[in-house]
Design a protein. Sequence first.
Length: 310
Amino acid sequence: MKSLITISFLCLAQFSIAQNDEFMPTYKYDTKKVAIFDEIEIAYLDEGAQDAPVIVMVHGLGGYIKNWYPTIEGLSDEYRCIALDLPGYGQSTLRAFDEEDYMDFFARTLDTFVKKLELDNVILMGHSMGGQVSVVTALQNPNWLDQLILAAPAGFETFTNEEAATLKQFSSATVLMSHTEDQIRAAYKINFVNMPPLAEEMIQDRIKAKEAPWFNDYAKVREMGVKGMLSHPVFAELDQIKVPAYVLFGEKDFLIPNRYLHAGMTTQQVAEVGNKIPNVKIKMIEAAGHMLQMDNPAGFNRAVKQMLTN
């Protein structure tokens, strides 16, 4: 049972909160907002020279802009770094969106966001669920996409129908709403080899958010995100990606592969699924877990710069 309960933590490493109220997170960078379809506002940061190559950063399930702080700090000297909060996260609009497929919904959101900002030749960087969203976006061949960076992407590891049912059961909104502070901390800890100070700030955001009047809606968004990842597989379509891609995983990722369902599989094996992409480079980041961009930011940023330069 302990192992099963752990499954419910897999995508809770970071939490995001929304709405303009006392429970919303505060960011150390200036936050901008842009309105997209269906009265949704997207919050985002825009750091670095406006004429520099553009990297758009997409967080994972339970994530938000803060997940990219170390990346922005390490890359904004050479790149224009734009990190957004997906709908239902951070400072973006939060409600239980009436969408059947959240991967498609987030991909449409991303495409509209990029077009609203009139961006071209975009380097799209996605972490975890954000990686799967980025793959779904890339498969639509948008004319603004130049390169793809996938950090510990979801969608490379596949699940049977029975395994998917188990993951959905332990990732439900009801389970999320029942988590204690100790369980919240455990959910964060499993994402890191060494938890950075920023992780404690994120934990406090998550604990505070549990008291928010909109928390039920957030929990539903998170539940639908899990269902979307499981219901919109990308494994079989990776060979259709037309842009250069870079795949990075932490050598000590404790979440991918799923340690309960796929105990005999290694993170290296999951990473090598990326070889299905025609033009791809794969790198394992040492001393890093699932949150590799926060766990070993120097190693992650160095690898990204080397990949893009070469």
